[in-house]
Design a protein around this ligand. Sequence first.
Ligand code: MSP
Length: 670
Amino acid sequence: MPDPFYITTPIYYVNDVPHIGHAYTTIAADVMARYRRLTGNDTFFLTGLDEHGQKVQQAAIKAGIDPQIYCDRVTPQFRNLWEKLHISHDGFIRTTDARHKAVVQRALQNLSNKDLIYRAEYTGWYCTFDERFWTEKDVENGLCPDCKRPVEQLSESNYFFRMSQFQDRLKEHIQQHKDFLRPETRRNEVIGFLQKPLEDLSISRPKSRLSWGIELPFDSDYVTYVWFDALVNYISALEYLPSVPAFERYWPASIHLVGKDILTTHAVYWSTILMGLELPLPRTIFAHGWWTVDGEKMSKSRGNVVDPYVMVEEFGADAFRYFLLREVPFGQDGDFAREPFIGRINSDLANGLGNLLSRTLTLIHRFSNGRVPEPQDSTTTGLETELKRTAESLIREKLPHHLHSGRLEFNRALESIWGLVQLGNQYIDKTAPWVLAKQPDQKPRLDTVLYHSAETLRCLSISIYAFMPTTAEEIKQQLGLTLNFTKPILEGEFNWGGLLPDTQVTKGQPIFPRIEATTKSQGKNQPSPDHLGSSPSYQSQATASSQMKPEPTQRPGNTPGSDDLITIQEFEKIQLKAGKVLSAERVPKSEKLVKLQVDLGREQRQIVAGIGKKYKPENLVGQTVVVVTNLKPAKLMGIESQGMVLAAGDEEVKSLATFLEEVDPGTKVK
Ligand code: MSP
């Protein structure tokens, strides 16, 4: 049995509603928790809320209610969001829980008994926002060095934890444990910070100034400093949230995930508190970067705060989860903007994974009565060997490597998974099952191709589960798989060939419909449709002959007059390419319209064409046609068309425009 795995997020202040930053860490932790459960680790995933301190007290005063009532009201906003984002936490802690308070008081008493806490008069510069004192040398122009807000001079008697005593031990621990602080750049920052003498830490606040906190067990005139209270959550939770106390089982934590701004409090305050309590330190503290929005710092005053509820509503939880972890290496800062988000949904999810699933199931329905055929070993080629090798190395080597606690390379894990998606789509293009189906002697080869396409999807469902649990379930349902993602995956299921022949597949709705570029969203900095239009994935569009109105003025003999002549430059604005029809189906309730999936070399498009009276869909598959690729997308009978195929004929289609010689999909036509 692999080691128990304990992962935590920071506990979030309740003075704010949840935003993209909170969602980011929590999604990352969820991916790790799901991945580790799937690979057999006994896992505990903790998240929760930080409910004490000045910020929360002030928010409650502003709302004109008791702080506890205030906290109770805000809590569901976090809990419900985690549900919508499919966060699979095992524990949700609130620092106002009575049992958490008891553990904090016990920890303080323990340190006090060891003479690690003392009382002293302290004069310093206090930052209300950060709830901490700064020394004279830290403060520049009367501003807090951290948040740049004005600080005030305060003289106060407080209790201090002898943090300075642990400086050397902490330095040594960091040197000896390579994965303790990650990523490397952040580790170096902490090492730099520890070059200066470490001061003792004030762990109390006089009630006369702040009453919303946990009372010190040895002085009822004081409450506990909110960071001491908050950090202890990582151990208090283990005492009362699992069904049986589980401190022995899960401590030390495998990973504390934190934002870069709170690395020092974790690496220095928390580590030295643990040393004082004589407890082992967490194995890894991983600091991720920050999101800006449309290139600007996110803030309420700018009105650009990204609300995860809105994102889930508009794009779905899995797309949001995918984008956050795919777009930016974990550990680095990133920028959130609508355009790249929609771009990724369309290219990676709709055209990539969604298309692979939909094509595979269509082909199995059409050529194998909806049942996965038995592969015929004698007909396998290098292409199948490559698929097998890629899928097995993804599951057995790449995912464990990228998702190692000291790396957390979510983006690279997703890149590797999408390498297999791409290979799966290329495999279908190259083997052209619709052509094999026309040749009865190729039936064994066709069966092999269909089997390998479906098996690729089985391996993909396992690989994406931690990142996109709903999508993995959907693929599983449509493919008729017997996998159970809530249990560790059995060893054999990691091997190529786990899909049972004769499994009945069921084609469902597209898992990721393409998204049309719109301006609908929150925040004031949404790009305009024109802005979106600059990306190739948005230029795609529309129909066949039906939509090309208005017609130019016709003169007798159909010869254009000079007013109607266009220059070569004008003509060149129309982008034409050779496209190979991969699949075709009638649009329900339409005599004329056919929905085509067309391979354009580097991309695939869906085109709705008005050629259904002239052609049966099955006769279109495999044909190479001329496609107008830079028309704006349009919807025909509710279905998006991302281009137009050319045909001869006016009211009535006489013939599709095709080629005399074989040309590769994507070849320019001029
Ligand atoms: N309550 C403390 C944590 C105590 S943990 C023992 C706290 N809470 S917070 O709600 O202010 O912040 C929580 C997390 O959100 C931090 O890890 C912070 O880095 C993260 N983020 C806040 N804004 C962010 C972005 N714009 N981008 C990414 N993460 C951001 O600090």
